[in-house]
Design a protein around this ligand. Structure first.
Ligand code: 4AD
Ligand code: MG
Length: 477
């Protein structure tokens, strides 16, 4: 007989059938009741052991964390808390788990502790729910693009270019670090390196996605990206996953429409398909919020927040309007901001973004038309000569979720911009070719996948929504 999943058994109407399950013991109580989980659902199934007819030695090995193989019959439950349970006819221990040393005890552990045990933390309800949601969101993303005529392309992980021009890259090299070859000037000679040039892990697949948009029309990439920025915050990872669609003949307004429609679609997917996990995480969040002062608690529950995004239009606000709002805001006037906004052109810090989305608008906000000099080189210059067709999408509780733009399609303007920023034309010869041969308006954006998972799960630290987080001073596992 094939093993059943717990999700399957719990969703069945018909009981009184023979079943076979393999899973891990969450708890074993009164020498009789096993709460068993196999990862297929947030719920455990109760397995009732006939202890009088079970070998004492076996009973002793039914411990939290042990892997077991249970055979029995699915019956209506006599007890409270579950509708069905398994009357065990035989149980086999597949893998023991020493209760003295198994780190995941049946009690509340801190997220810090669980991070140090990231290889075992998905044995907890919270992390299994988060990772199931992460998986579901990934699927919903591919589904959305597939149904909307986008091609999935794989952009390179190793590149020679700095797509964001921010210099926050991890070098890729197989030169001998202790004794690298030097050139005449005494500098490391990367001509002798594996690729014959300096290379790094990609910070974004955008530039290559642009190349494909300019032939396939609508493409997206969804892959790992790497940033060597030393920001030890709850929203930054050194390795994170980014979704980057790129579309030919689409302007900034179309880009905003796409981003909004896309996010609403993937969030409504999980509302429909991941109800139990969301409900579990919603209750977790409510418990966590009870420990906070009233003023800091959120007005909406997790599911309400997700629904709110699905059901309401994002607010579209120009950078210039945002600066006016911030200039006249209370925290600015009372000098409560760390960075006071006194003039047009200031870069927005997360305190300002938070004020806009959490205090002023109280909904997702699309900020657009930023000053050219605080944004990347590839963004389309507006007719005013000082702003670019950039957009950032800010979310309550998260801050920046999406960064995107209409791209500079005019060869001369792009060249001038690169010159001003000291970006080597020869390095990006192929990128310039796209403007030489059949150039056209095109746009795209990048969505930080982990930030989306944070929003959808209500988790407060980005390290808790990716299986094995990479952050400064930490690459365990
Ligand atoms: O705003 P960013 O830097 O934009 C780009 O990389 C563009 N090339 C995207 C494009 O237009 N195709 O990054 C995009 C998003 C951010 O809005 C944020 O959500 C996320 O990526 N992000 C990070 N997420 C986690 N850790 C980090 N260190 C991140 N840096 C950016
Ligand atoms: Mg950005």
């Amino acid at each position: 007989m094939k093993s059943n999943t717990i999700a399957d058994l719990l969703s069945k109407e018909n009981t009184l059938q023979d079943v076979e399950i393999k899973g891990w013991v969450r708890t074993f109580r009164a020498n009789r009741f096993i709460a068993l989980n196999d990862g297929s659902t947030i719920n455990n199934i109760q397995c009732v052991v006939d202890f009088e007819n079970t070998d004492e030695a076996i009973l002793k090995r039914i411990t939290t964390g042990a892997a077991v193989h249970v055979k029995g019959s699915l019956t209506e439950s006599q007890g409270k808390g579950q509708s069905v349970e398994v009357q065990v006819s035989s149980i086999k221990i597949l893998g023991d788990s020493d209760p003295e040393t198994f780190p995941i005890q049946p009690k509340k552990h801190s997220f810090e502790f669980l991070r140090e045990n990231a290889h075992l933390r998905t044995r907890t309800s919270t992390f299994s729910a988060v990772m199931r949601l992460r998986s579901s969101l990934s699927f919903a993303i591919h589904k959305y693009f597939n149904e909307n005529g986008f091609y999935y392309m794989h952009t390179p992980i190793i590149t020679g270019s700095d797509a964001e021009g921010a210099g926050e890259m991890f070098r890729v090299s197989n030169l001998d670090a202790k004794n690298p070859p030097l050139d005449e000037k005494g500098n490391v000679n990367y001509k002798e390196d594996f690729f014959g040039k300096e290379t790094n892990l990609t910070v974004s697949g955008q530039l290559e996605a642009e190349a494909y948009a300019m032939s396939l029309g609508k493409v997206y990439t969804f892959g790992p990206t790497f940033r060597a920025e030393n920001s030890n915050t709850s929203r930054h990872l050194a390795e994170f996953w980014m979704i980057e669609p790129e579309v030919a003949f689409m302007d900034l307004a179309g880009n905003m429409d796409l981003a909004e429609d896309f996010m609403k679609s993937v969030l409504s997917y999980i509302l429909k398909h991941n109800r139990e996990d969301l409900e579990f995480l919603e209750n977790r969040l409510l418990d966590e919020e009870k420990t906070k002062p009233q003023a800091e608690r959120s007005e909406m529950s997790l599911i309400e927040k997700v629904k709110f995004v699905v059901d309401n239009n994002f607010k579209r606000v120009s950078y210039t309007e945002a600066i006016d709002i911030l200039k006249n805001s209370k925290p600015n006037k009372k000098k409560k901001f760390k960075y006071i906004i006194d003039q047009w052109g200031a870069d927005l810090q997360s305190e300002h973004e938070r004020y806009l989305v959490e205090k002023h608008f109280n909904c997702p906000v699309i900020l657009f038309d930023y000053p050219a000099n605080i944004k990347a080189f590839y963004m389309r210059l507006n007719e005013d000569g000082k702003t670019v067709r950039a957009m950032d999408i800010l979310f309550p509780g998260i801050g920046e979720m999406v960064g995107g733009s209409q791209r500079e399609e005019r060869l001369d303007v792009l060249k001038e911009k690169m010159k001003a920023l000291d970006i080597d034309e020869e390095e990006l010869w192929w990128y310039l070719d796209l403007r030489k041969y059949g150039t056209a308006v095109h746009s795209g954006f990048g969505l930080g996948f982990e930030r989306l998972v944070m929003f959808a799960t209500g988790m407060g630290n980005i390290r808790d929504v990716i299986p094995f987080p990479r952050t400064p001073q930490n690459a365990e596992f």
